[in-house]
Design a protein around this ligand. Structure first.
Ligand code: IVH
Length: 671
């Protein structure tokens, strides 16, 4: 029997969490720390796990983990989702207005102006304030039911809040991926060897149509709501602006740039203002939408077959330009991968001269059907690296993937199951050497300051640095000889190089730049092997036994240390004085045989450190929760993994409990 107090607490927790989700995801103005939020979330999860009968679909704990659907159901829109008439000049706007005024036989004064977001139109249906359906536009009359995916978008309320919520209301808007999130996502995808998203709009559309909602949840989607669809009769706003204001007051995210203006001149002012702003906006827009504000005017004007009379899009000249492909160069990255870069006939795109565009990998050349001399369309948006969109006229000259490395002439290789071409010459290839030195000096590796890419290139080209260990042999005199490097900066750099010698084994391993070994794996290896000679000798079997190390990674690591050159650089580094404290091996490892999962953000330490501690205590640290999981440590913003742990009745520790546990078993000295 559930007590009244528990039910009351559950409701008040849900309300608090919804309030803080709204502050964080919609308003971007959090009121509490992540840890405080996490405590509320944890408490709610605990109550729900003790009383599963109280779990409802709209609980904040239920955003992810919905059942994957086989395919999307079709859903009929109560009112069609229309498209917009387009205009590109003020005179077109004037005739649109004139037509409408003639139609109504009255003057139209007020307009709502909004940025036209380049994303995907989505309809949200709320029944008694609860999100019951999310759908794509489809053909305008029938869309796809993407409820499970829409529920994972944190700025979409699962339950509306505030006053006068109609019993039925459909809210429409645009789901999109912010530009910085898009760039981050793609950088990581390329590093993992996954396909990058083509552009933010395409990425948003693809993310919304994932069969598994957990995949959608991992995509950085957000939404701006811009209009009402169907609504029950008790809700009749007077104006579009009032409708948007109600939508906002119910907790939905609306665009702060929406403005009510009087007269067409003011619309023009808005169009110019947003045009100026658009390169700095954190999302892509392709114009401005102008809507008649008065809803009774809107009703009287009504719709044509596919578009309303009461709204019009003003489209900016596209951020696309036509140019020709002069050639394709191949750039060599740190691990030897050759990335194609399109060399273009320089062309102006939204005020910037563009002469290069990215092509991601050689499959892209095939996909686009690129040939040298092709007339192509390129596109530039915000801070996205220009991309080749399509070929207009095919050129004559085939793109020949290089047979040798453009930096060192070594014959390139294409590994069986890889798309990429690779130069196998390692540190003997100047391009790979430059990238490797930069990686070695980077913040998450040895953290050497002052070694910019230009200086690294000079050092490599002058033959002063042939491998990372050579950095430790550089003198102030040698460095001062380089262009624009005074004695003072040379001294600072040498000092920073010398200071970097005191490091951790994990950072040292990471600095070696072994293919596929990021910070996490480096930490796992450091904890397991402790010293360089032991790591160098590790067999593929021992390596595969480690958490997060599959057979491919294990053989990469083995191959790295089988290479005489790599082994001697690693040893040379320790001979140059690179050192770390060897962690004392614990006699009693209380978590031996256990599998732990870390989720959410910990306030007191980076996830890596928490993992290192658990590994030292003998635990395996896994990435997902299953029946075999021994314990879950849940930090702030823990979501699906925590929900899964509760569902499977895996014991959950909050940060405080985790710290107490760790401190009990790892005394200061042995930490
Ligand atoms: S209003 C009946 N407002 O543009 C018109 N649409 O070309 C309903 N869009 O499918 C749309 N930003 O996906 C409206 N602020 C905005 C918009 C917007 C982007 C998209 C929407 C629509 C397309 C029409």
């Amino acid at each position: 029997m559930v007590s009244k107090e528990v039910v009351q607490r559950l409701h008040s927790l849900r309300e608090d969490i919804e309030h803080h989700d709204h502050r964080y995801y919609v308003l971007d103005e959090p009121e509490i720390s992540d840890a405080e939020y996490d405590r509320l979330f944890d408490e709610l999860l605990r109550i729900e796990s003790n009383h599963p009968e109280l779990v409802t679909q709209d609980s904040p704990t239920q955003r992810v983990g919905g059942k994957p659907s086989e395919r999307f159901q079709s859903v009929e829109h109560a009112r069609p989702m229309l498209s917009l008439e387009k205009s590109t000049s003020i005179s077109e706007l004037q005739s649109w207005l004139q037509r409408n005024q003639d139609f109504l036989d009255t003057k139209i004064q007020e307009f709502v102006c909004e940025p036209k977001i380049d994303g995907v139109a989505v309809s949200l249906v709320y029944n008694d304030g609860r999100l019951v359906r999310g759908a794509t536009r489809g053909d305008g009359s029938v869309g796809e039911d993407i409820t499970a995916n829409v529920r994972t978008i944190k700025s979409v309320p699962l339950r509306l809040r505030g006053e006068k919520i109609p019993s039925l209301v459909e809210i429409r808007g645009e789901v999109y991926i912010p530009l910085d999130e898009f760039n981050n996502y793609n950088a990581k995808a390329i590093e993992r060897g996954d396909k990058p998203m083509l552009n933010p709009r395409n990425g948003a559309a693809g993310s919304l149509r994932q069969i598994d909602p957990n995949v959608s949840a991992s995509r950085p989607l957000t939404m701006f709501c811009y209009s009402l669809g169907d609504a029950s009769e008790e809700f009749i706003p007077q104006s579009h602006a009032a409708a948007i204001e109600s939508i906002r007051s119910w907790g939905c995210r609306t665009n702060p740039l929406v403005q009510v203006v009087k007269g067409l001149d003011a619309c023009k002012g808005y169009i110019d203002e947003i045009y100026e702003k658009r390169v700095d906006l954190p999302y892509e827009i392709d114009g401005v939408v102008i809507k008649v504000n008065d809803l009774s005017f809107q009703r009287n004007l009504g719709n044509m077959s596919r578009r309303p009379r009461w709204a019009i899009a003003f489209k900016y000249p596209p951020e696309e330009a036509t140019t020709s492909l002069n050639g394709i160069d191949f750039q060599v990255g740190r691990t030897g991968v050759l990335t194609p870069v399109a060399r273009l006939e320089p062309v102006q795109v939204s005020g910037v001269t563009v002469s290069n565009a990215t092509l991601h990998n050689i499959d892209e050349i095939e996909r686009l059907g690129l040939k040298i001399g092709s007339k192509i369309v390129i596109r530039r948006a915000g801070d996205i690296i220009p991309q080749v969109v399509r070929v207009l006229e095919r050129g004559a000259e085939e793109v020949q993937p290089p047979s040798t490395c453009p930096a060192c002439n070594t014959p390139v290789v294409r590994l069986e199951d890889e798309v990429a071409l690779r130069c196998p010459n390692g540190l003997s290839c100047p391009a790979q050497l430059k990238e490797s030195i930069q990686h070695f000096a980077s913040r998450t590796a040895l953290d050497i300051t002052g070694l910019g890419d230009k200086l690294v290139a000079q050092l490599v080209d002058a033959g002063k640095v042939k491998n990372p260990a050579d950095l430790f042999r550089l003198t102030v005199e040698e460095l001062s000889e380089f262009e624009r490097l005074g004695e003072k900066s040379a001294t600072n750099i040498v000092e920073s190089i010398q200071n970097s010698k005191k490091t951790t084994f994990a950072k040292f391993i990471h600095s070696l730049g072994i293919r596929g070994v990021g910070e996490t794996t480096a930490q796992t290896l450091a904890t397991r092997f402790q010293t360089l000679p032991v790591l160098i000798e590790a067999t593929v079997e021992t390596l595969t036994d480690l958490e997060d190390v599959g057979p491919i990674l294990a053989s990469n690591i083995r191959a790295f240390f089988d290479d005489d050159g790599n082994r001697s650089v690693a040893t040379d580094l320790t001979e140059q004085g690179v050192q770390w404290t060897v962690e004392e091996v614990l006699e009693v490892r209380p978590c031996e045989g256990e599998t732990w999962v870390l989720t959410g953000t910990l306030e007191s330490m980076p996830r890596q450190d928490a993992k290192a501690k658990l590994l030292r205590l003998g635990a395996k640290v896994a990435g997902s929760v299953s029946r075999k999981t021994s314990r879950v440590v849940a930090g702030a913003e823990a979501g699906s993994k925590l929900a899964k742990a509760i569902e499977l009745e895996v014991p959950v520790l909050n940060e405080e409990e985790f710290l107490a546990f760790v401190n009990e078993h790892l005394s200061e000295g042995s930490d």
